[in-house]
Ligand binder design. Structure first.
Ligand code: HQG
Length: 167
């Protein structure tokens, strides 16, 4: 939450690439919430089921690898995706998605996955899950760029309805 949506909740600031100093984070969390040791933080980073957080090469800074709703520039390189990616959503969003395509809503990107199971899990967060397949070569031919976050989430700016198919 703090590293992706609300750094001010811990009284910290992120730099333009989303990094913050680990000691500042620990101090801010202690002041605004409850004490958190560096060992516990590192344990969270290491065991987080989605590997959401990354530590900088120097070991002094931390950031979330994707999923921000605040303006950070992750500096990701465009990459070639597999031919098919998946997006899980809730059945109640389906009409709108099939008509308007996928939009990033409050996040910085539309999130896609190479795994069907992941897409089902992501869609289930919103309600009865439905899965869409994305025709990546068609999107690339139309000039859309794809990025792969450090924790293997595929990101893109939007997906046109013509490149989506309901599974
Ligand atoms: C939907 C979690 C209507 C979209 C997950 C989704 C993921 C539309 C919802 C990550 C629409 C946005 C992201 C349109 C898109 N009309 N609905 N035109 N276009 N939508 O949570 O993909 O726990 O912002 O289908 O694991 O569900 O945060 O995106 O249902 O990786 O690490 O609008 O969040 O990761 O919801 O999930 P979200 P998401 P973390």
């Amino acid at each position: 939450m703090v590293l992706r949506h609300q750094p001010e909740a811990a009284g910290i600031q992120l730099d333009a690439q989303g990094w913050c100093d680990i000691d500042d984070l620990l101090q801010g969390v202690a002041q605004h919430h409850a004490p958190l040791s560096k060992e516990t933080l590192m344990e969270i980073v290491a065991t987080n089921e989605k590997k959401r957080f990354a530590i900088s090469d120097c070991g002094q800074r931390i950031r979330a690898s994707q999923g921000h709703s605040i303006g950070v520039s992750l500096g990701l390189q465009a990459a070639t995706p597999p031919a098919t990616l998946y997006h899980g959503t809730a059945s109640r969003f389906l009409d709108s998605v099939l008509q308007n395509g996928l939009q990033k809503q409050s996040r910085q990107h539309v999130h896609l996955s190479a795994s069907l199971d992941t897409a089902i899990a992501v869609g289930s967060r919103h309600g009865k899950p439905v899965v869409l397949t994305i025709d990546c070569p068609a999107m690339q031919a139309a000039g859309h760029l794809f990025y792969c976050s450090e924790n293997d989430v595929w990101l893109t700016d939007s997906v046109p309805a013509a490149c989506l198919r309901l599974m």
